[in-house]
Design a binder for this molecule. Structure first.
Ligand code: FE
Length: 171
């Protein structure tokens, strides 16, 4: 009995620590890829997402530049980035680069079908918004022709708080 209690305690302590040390939601296993469009009400999203995830994904919020999530992004090794809302595969560390802009940057999505670009004229500027094709969640913006020495010269400037990171399994 004591042994069982100790096991439960150790498990709870371990998952708690795990939760604390990640600024970006991090999972050991790949989330299931949504089969089709994911449609939920704001009330439903609020029960599924943390407040910051809701603000970014559902209210087109922007996380502060150079924050904890970005610092963590820079330290992360190989892995894949999924929509924190619906789990759709969006980006991979293979297309990650250091743009120095303060937000996670990729030169291409890893699964182009899972991102949709939209014209965004908010704030008196014309930008191209990047959204999740499956749930419509706001991810960030894409900028082109800035002179980065990457294969596309595009900068997908993405809020790390709207992503879920799955580290690559060691081989
Ligand atoms: Fe999504």
């Amino acid at each position: 009995m004591l042994f069982v209690l100790w096991g439960i305690f150790a498990l709870a302590a371990c998952s708690g620590a795990d939760h604390k040390k990640s600024a970006m939601e991090t999972r050991a296993e790949m989330p299931a890829e949504p089969a089709g469009k994911v449609v939920k009400t704001d009330a439903e999203w609020k029960t599924l997402l943390k407040p910051e995830q809701f603000r970014i994904l559902r209210e087109a919020g922007t996380e502060p530049p150079n924050g904890d999530v970005y610092q963590e992004f820079k330290r992360q090794g190989k892995g894949t980035y999924h929509c924190a809302g619906c789990g759709a595969l969006l980006f991979s560390s293979d297309q990650k680069f250091d743009s120095g802009c303060g937000w996670p940057s990729f030169y291409d999505p890893v699964k182009a079908d899972n991102v949709v670009m939209k014209m965004d004229t908010s704030g008196g500027r014309t930008r191209v918004e990047v959204t999740c094709a499956k749930c419509g969640g706001h991810l960030g913006h894409v900028f082109e022709g800035e002179g980065f020495k990457t294969p596309t010269d595009k900068r997908y400037c993405i809020n790390g708080g709207g992503l879920k990171f799955v580290p690559a399994k060691e081989k």
